[in-house]
Design a protein around this ligand. Structure first.
Ligand code: GUN
Ligand code: ZN
Length: 458
């Protein structure tokens, strides 16, 4: 056991049980919010805990959080432990991206199309290259480094339809000991031949990934049909069967993102009650299912999400970039758990703070608000809850995996000027959420090990 103490401002979020167990009500660091946060999943009460002079105790051998608290108490309790002092920087749990395509970093910021044309003209063209294992390996390493440079420490990731693209991703993530969820994309129609894998082979590939990688260290597998358009009914049914047979694996796909997409699905499946019903009848819904987007849903679809515990991943920048539409966050949250994600390459950044900036604007356009605490809770503990990982990642609870990020809220002259004029924490955090990009990410730790540190040119 090798302990380290990281000293700085600490900010994370607690759910009600922890809040009570930790004596949060009597803690000077648990903030009483004027408006309660909208909880995802469990109806829990969420409390921010902010410790202005805090310290985090990490064991870098086991990669877990041993303790946290006010710095003077921690330093008294743990003597002769190396202290890393980050002054007035902010340490938060690592961010969690619940929907992102690693091969699409190659086509991020591609001009001019909405979803279906964007897929055909840019995405599929890029994904063909991932049939080569060496190429996949190099790009997986690049992607993971880019995630860490943006403070993201865990993600649920689409590979491509090639087995090697997911296998190489897991190899790269496993070497870095990062907690990642990934799967080979199931597609057997309406895509270039080189990307289509027949229904049985695609499922066999996923089963092989499950056998080799699911819960192998910190790696986890998601069954990954791309969406209803690119899978035959046979493939979707087999995916549902696989989901049923492999307790604990995830399922990820896309739902109701774009009007032309929905029209195509309705035409392909006239006998079903709508887009969600296609997935429902194929056995794809459940608590471990995350559906990206869900912009256009009717009342019975919201209810079905609620009944099955199916989660929605909201991808604000992607929705704006592809001109898809405006997601109703409060409405969806009133039915089921929502996480917030980038959806790169349709989003123009891997940075979840800048994603929150766009999420805020999407809600503004609909007369809703997204506070800084709501947003920051969401990209840490909230996203962990949506993925059923809150006992492992998302806050500083003792025994949690030590994925954390050191943020410099005054990283740029503009941020410094603006933040130095604030008088409350909430105000400062909101400005951070609006103005931050990768320049605020000072350092990123994965399971207690530093995997990224910014290079400053003074
Ligand atoms: N729907 C099906 N595939 C995709 C994809 O790669 N990106 C997005 N944004 N939507 C999709
Ligand atoms: Zn996507």
């Amino acid at each position: 056991m090798t302990l380290h103490i990281y000293q700085a401002r600490l900010l994370h979020y607690l759910v009600s049980d922890e809040a009570i167990n930790n004596g949060c009500n009597s803690s000077p660091y648990c903030l009483q919010l004027q408006q309660p946060l909208m909880p995802v999943n469990h109806g829990d009460t969420i409390a921010p805990e902010y410790i202005p002079k805090g310290a985090l105790v990490i064991d870098d051998k086991s990669g877990v959080i041993i303790d946290y608290g006010a710095s003077h108490e921690i330093l008294d309790k743990y003597q002769n432990v190396e202290v890393h002092d980050y002054g007035d920087k902010l340490i938060m749990p690592g961010f969690i991206d619940t929907h992102v395509h690693y091969p699409q970093l190659d086509i991020i910021a591609a001009y001019g199309e909405q979803l279906l044309d964007w897929l055909n003209n840019y995405t599929f063209v890029a994904e063909v290259k991932y049939g080569n294992a060496e190429y996949s390996c190099a790009k997986a390493e690049f992607f993971l480094n880019q995630l860490f440079a943006n403070g993201t420490t865990s993600a649920m990731v689409f590979a491509t339809s090639h087995y090697c693209s997911a296998n190489e991703f897991f190899k790269a993530s496993s070497l870095l000991n990062s907690r990642m969820i990934c799967g080979n994309v199931l597609m057997d129609q309406n895509a270039p031949n080189t990307l289509c894998v027949n229904a049985i082979q695609g499922i066999k590939d996923t089963q092989k990934l499950i056998d080799n990688w699911h819960n192998n260290g910190r790696q986890m597998v998601a069954i990954t049909p791309r969406f209803a358009i690119t899978s035959s009914p046979e493939q979707l049914k087999l995916a549902g069967k696989l989901y049923l047979q492999n307790n604990g694996v995830y399922l990820q796909t896309h739902l109701a993102e774009n009007q032309d997409e929905i029209a195509a699905v309705n035409e392909m499946y006239p006998q079903y009650q709508g887009y969600l019903d296609v997935y429902d009848q194929m056995g794809l819904l459940g608590r471990k299912t995350t559906l990206a987007h869900g912009i256009y849903l009717n009342e019975s679809e919201y209810q079905r999400l609620q009944q099955t515990g199916t989660q929605i991943s909201h991808c604000p920048t992607s929705n704006l970039f592809l001109g898809s539409g405006l997601f109703d966050l409060p409405k969806t949250l009133s039915f089921t758990g929502v996480s917030i994600a980038t959806d790169v390459g349709a989003e123009t950044s891997l940075n979840l703070l800048s994603t929150l900036n766009e999420a805020y604007k999407i809600q503004q356009l609909q007369g809703n608000r997204l506070s800084a605490h709501q947003g920051l809770y969401q990209i840490t503990l909230g996203n962990a809850q949506s993925l059923c990982l809150e006992d492992k990642i998302g806050n500083f609870a003792k025994g949690s995996e030590a994925d954390f990020v050191v943020i410099d809220p005054k990283a740029t002259p503009l941020l410094e000027n603006r933040i130095s004029q604030t008088s409350t924490l909430e105000e400062a955090l909101f400005i951070l959420m609006m103005l931050a990009d990768d320049r605020v990410i000072e350092q990123t730790f994965i399971a207690g090990i530093s995997r990224y540190r910014i290079k400053r040119h003074n």
